[in-house]
Write a protein that binds this ligand. Structure first.
Ligand code: F6R
Length: 222
């Protein structure tokens, strides 16, 4: 069972997690970063703090199988919301790529990930590990579930434009991080969050694997 810390509002969610990231940025760290609507406030806050990102390596959780220059790609999202607004070196920003084994090698070379920030999908996915993903999974190409395609269609002109496949870090890959922070924003996520954090640890609820990690913090606001 994981303790869920309830915060007053979205600003507090963003600044609380920004404090955790800032503490990590004072060291030479390896960070895993999410996209989506939840971390937008976090990125804004981090940009405002004008931190020194010059020694930081980042690894994004996932990317659609699409042209990385497309405005809806996660490459574009990260550039727009964080990378282009800090002094991070573009060569230090990694996204899952093929061959996926080389991506994992890059991630684990030298030392483990220090901090992994996650969001959760309404179906319990973390990164794009959809319900039914193996707890032993590593970075790979996956088919997106209908639920995820519907949820993410808000970022595209139409649902037909949402890619049907993505490359995602696996659940085992994520679990190898030294510390994990899960950010959750919105009442519509409360039921799945409770199931994942307090219910059975089962592959149909991918986020439930986090119960097996010894350094997880969960922050929620509605
Ligand atoms: C995206 C990612 C996804 C999102 C999740 C929640 O990189 O890893 O698992 O965190 O789909 O997305 P939002 O924040 O848009 O509700």
């Amino acid at each position: 069972m994981i303790n869920i810390r309830v915060l007053k509002n979205y600003n507090e969610l963003s600044s609380t997690v920004a404090d955790i990231v800032e503490a990590q940025i004072k060291e030479q760290s390896k960070l895993v970063l999410p996209t989506g609507s939840t971390p937008l406030g976090l990125y804004k806050e981090l940009v405002n703090r004008k931190l020194d990102w010059s020694l930081i390596l980042t690894f994004n959780l996932d990317e659609y199988l699409m042209n990385p220059d497309h405005p809806c790609s996660y490459h574009s999202y990260m550039k727009k919301n964080l990378f282009d607004r800090t002094n991070i070196y573009p060569d230090n920003c990694h996204f899952p790529f093929r061959p996926t084994l080389s991506f994992e090698d890059k991630m684990t070379l030298g030392r483990r990930i220090d901090l992994c920030i996650l969001g959760i999908g309404t179906n319990g996915h973390i990164a794009f590990n959809e319900p039914g993903s193996s707890f032993k999974s590593r970075t790979r190409v996956v088919n997106l579930s209908l639920q995820t395609i519907q949820d993410n269609s808000r970022f595209f002109d139409s649902i037909e434009d949402v890619p049907k496949q993505a490359i995602t870090m696996g659940l085992r890959t994520i679990m190898e991080s030294k510390k994990i922070v899960l950010m959750v924003n919105g009442k519509h996520k409360l039921t799945i969050l409770n199931v994942a954090m307090n219910g059975e640890i089962i592959e149909t609820v991918p986020a439930s694997i986090l119960q097996r990690h010894n350094n997880v913090e969960v922050y929620y606001c509605d």
